[in-house]
Design a protein. Structure first.
Length: 187
């Protein structure tokens, strides 16, 4: 995520600029653009490149923010079926279906391709960790044995994203299998 503070401007300009930038990035990714740069994004969005540099610092930060918005659907509630198995299954299947869609897959691949250095945190992972922690917490409150949030990330989320990144088949049955595997780890 960007280390640069976001300055809000009155009158909705900030929201309009953000929408234009996100749309431009989405279009460029969707078109399979070889090189996504601030000047290219700015031209398409109808903004000055300085606006992009000021808000995001570099293209990797912008791509990650757009990917988080595109890949985590933060407004969507974490399933609460009454059992950890049901929660994880619904969650894994929803994620699998969403990230396997062509536009989502392109965002994910673009984000991975733009990242050169090893990072200490990833906003997509952080969001998924929060969701996994919530489901594990609720399971603990119900007296269910649950795997750790990290096990859920490593054994459900990572394989789903891996399959999308490498354009491997991804279906609901595979997501169910991953849930069964991670539940066997519950201690």
């Amino acid at each position: 995520m960007s280390l640069h503070p976001v300055v809000s401007r009155p009158g909705g300009r900030s929201s309009r600029v953000l929408t234009a930038v996100y749309t431009s990035v989405g279009e460029l990714v969707g078109e399979g653009a070889d090189k996504i740069t601030f000047p290219v994004i700015a031209e398409r969005a109808g903004v000055n490149p300085t606006t992009l540099y000021r808000r995001w610092g570099d293209v990797t930060d912008l791509l990650e923010e757009v990917a988080v918005a595109a890949l985590t659907r933060e407004s969507e509630a974490v399933p609460d079926t009454g059992s950890l198995e049901g929660d994880l299954t619904d969650w894994a299947i929803a994620i699998a279906r969403d990230i396997a869609r062509p536009q989502r897959a392109r965002f994910l691949r673009a984000m991975v391709a733009a990242r050169i250095d090893i990072v200490t945190s990833c906003a997509v992972t952080d969001t998924r960790r929060e969701q996994a922690s919530l489901m594990a917490s609720r399971a603990d409150e119900r007296g269910e044995k649950s795997p750790t949030a990290q096990q859920i990330l490593d054994h459900i989320i990572a394989p789903l994203y891996y399959r999308v990144i490498f354009a491997l088949e991804l279906d609901p049955e595979y997501a169910r299998q991953l849930v069964g595997d991670v539940l066997s780890m519950a201690g």
